[in-house]
Ligand binder design. Structure first.
Ligand code: MLC
Ligand code: AMP
Length: 503
């Protein structure tokens, strides 16, 4: 038994209906996809991986990259997908921390990665965006079927790293049951069926693109227009072939800024969903005016999968994230005492349910700090629940920036900048940005008598941090505002610089 494999993939064995429609016009059936996944599973087992081992993948989005996920599920290997933007240094941490035995990376980066990967006692294989590489070469002569490894619902299926306020990323351990229960719930709530064609333009190294979009379509048995990334022209060209789309708010603001995005273009669509970052009520309203569709906003996290959703039938309320999903308990608590607050009061959102992860890999203290013994997970999001159950997120009780749906932890950037010559201290903040929702600004205090150069600071970031985390502005100041306890008042900085990127 392997519930996740059986329910997501096994049920499609032998189906000659399309699963992936590619931008090239080609498509791949469920059966062909599963044969590829089985060949890949043989490569994993030949490489010595056994159930419970970790595989780290930093690969461009492609059918092969998705089949690598399926192969891991079939072989019982824990899948650890990584943002393609991560630098070698960032990667080294994930490989070391997870103890990954096999790393699958881009051939173009192989020479750079190999010494680091091998130094960490892992093997390196390669997979390019076009499906070529040593991994697929090794798979070419393997059988088309694989004896699915037995797994229980409580076994680990994936690790997704999520940064922490201390700057150290934590591996969120997700079980088969976490993923499966959430996918099944979403299929029901959002009415996905085998007739659905999902326009998939999200990356597949995060919860949204991999577990929400892909797992939902696998459970429903539908197909996906599987695009390598969000490219406005390609998305517009493909919308008429789709019935549904899932996106981060940036997708929708980019579409709305294009005159080709019309009511006509979206007439065959039945559902647009949004999440991973706040959707402005204004975007929701403009979207409906333009297309007649009301975006369905939902709220989730790496550690919990999806927690709340606006209803499919009923009021999709702009500016809210809707109601707790069936099976998910949600309460709003006092940030200091943890006591549950009455409806209508703002506090920290806590959630419990089959969707909630098992803890952070080898970090019992961090797990204990965020996951209560009674199973409630402290999200760090500030919200309020109305008498009618609708949840509105009003802010964050964690120092986090969300840019274009990617989470960025200021501490990680501050640590890099603070190490630079001439820098006394820094405060990294998020400010409103018309495209990314929020973007990163570094407020830098130089040491007396020095004047750090913004170019030099930017170069230091390039060496160690993924591009999307880089500050888009360096503001040099004499001192940081502090409260009487000496704590930097980031709210004052956010207010000072809030207009930097406004049109
Ligand atoms: C790319 N860049 C970003 C960025 N994405 N910078 C900041 N924030 C981002 N999100 C960089 C590029 O490297 C480039 O650098 C420059 O910004 C402009 O690139 P672009 O061409 O405009 O970006 P693009 O490739 O179009 O990507 C933007 C995007 C993408 C919004 C389409 O970031 C994206 O697909 N985001 C989705 C993230 C996501 O799936 N999140 C889900 C997390 S799961 P340069 O060098 O050219 O300046 C989760 C749980 C839940 O949160 O609830 O779902
Ligand atoms: P991640 O750790 O990448 O999974 O990001 C999870 C965080 O994204 C949550 O804790 C929220 O802060 C944010 N988030 C996800 N969905 C929404 C939403 N619909 N509205 C506001 N914030 C959201």
């Amino acid at each position: 038994m392997n519930p996740l494999y059986d329910r997501l993939f096994g049920v499609h064995a032998g189906k000659d209906t399309p699963f992936l429609h590619l931008a090239s016009g080609d498509s791949m059936t469920h059966a062909a996809f599963l044969r590829m996944a089985a060949r890949f599973a043989h490569v994993l087992s030949n490489a010595g991986l056994v159930p419970g081992d970790r595989l780290a993948a930093q690969v461009e989005k492609s059918p092969e990259a998705l089949a690598l996920y399926a192969a891991c599920v079939q072989a019982g290997v824990v899948f650890l997908p990584l943002n393609t933007a991560y630098t070698r240094d960032e990667l080294a941490y994930f490989i070391e921390n997870s103890g990954a035995k096999l790393v699958v990376g881009d051939p173009a980066k192989a020479d750079d990665l190999r010494p680091m990967v091998e130094g960490l006692d892992a093997q390196l294989m390669t997979l390019a965006a076009d499906g070529t590489g040593s991994f697929t070469e090794a798979a070419a002569d393997k059988p088309d079927s694989f004896d699915t490894a037995g797994r229980e619902e409580d076994d680990l299926a994936a690790f997704l790293y999520t940064s922490g306020t201390t700057g150290r990323s934590k591996g969120a351990m997700l079980t088969q049951a976490n993923l499966l229960s959430n996918a099944e719930t979403l299929v029901d709530c959002w009415r996905f069926t085998a007739d659905d064609v999902l326009l998939h333009a999200l990356p597949i190294f995060h919860t949204h693109g991999l577990f929400v979009a892909t797992n939902v379509m696998l459970v429903a048995g539908g197909s996906m227009i599987f695009l390598p990334k969000f490219d406005l022209d390609v998305v517009i060209a493909n919308l008429p072939r789709a019935t549904s789309m899932m996106g981060v708010p940036t997708f929708y603001t980019r579409l709305l800024n294009d005159d080709r995005f019309t009511r006509d273009l979206t007439q065959g669509m039945r559902l647009f969903t949004s999440g991973s970052a706040p959707l402005l009520a204004e975007t929701h309203v403009r979207f409906e005016e333009r297309t007649g569709h009301r975006i369905l906003e939902r709220y989730g996290m790496t550690e919990t999968n999806m927690n709340t959703s606006n209803p499919y039938d009923g009021d999709r309320r702009a500016g809210t994230v809707g109601l707790p999903l069936p099976g998910v308990e949600l309460k709003v608590c006092d940030p200091e005492t943890g006591a549950e607050l009455p409806r209508g009061e703002v506090g920290v959102i806590e959630v419990r349910g089959p969707n909630v992860f098992k803890g952070y890999w080898q970090m019992p203290d961090k797990t204990a700090a965020e996951l209560r013994e009674d199973g409630f997970f402290i999200t760090g999001d500030l919200g309020v629940q109305g008498e009618d159950g609708y949840v509105t997120i009003v802010g964050r009780n964690k120092d986090l920036i969300i840019s274009g749906g990617y989470n960025i932890y200021p501490k990680e950037i501050e640590q890099v900048l603070d190490d630079q010559p001439g820098v006394l201290e820094t405060a990294v903040i998020g400010v409103p940005h018309p495209d990314f929702g929020e973007t990163v600004v570094a407020v830098v205090v130089p040491q007396e008598g020095t004047a750090p150069d913004a170019g030099q600071l930017a170069a230091a970031c390039t060496d160690s941090l993924a591009r999307f985390k880089h500050p888009r502005r360096f503001e040099i100041v004499g001192a940081l505002p502090r409260n009487t306890m000496g704590k930097v008042q980031k709210n004052i900085l956010r207010d000072t610089y809030k207009g930097l990127f406004s049109n």
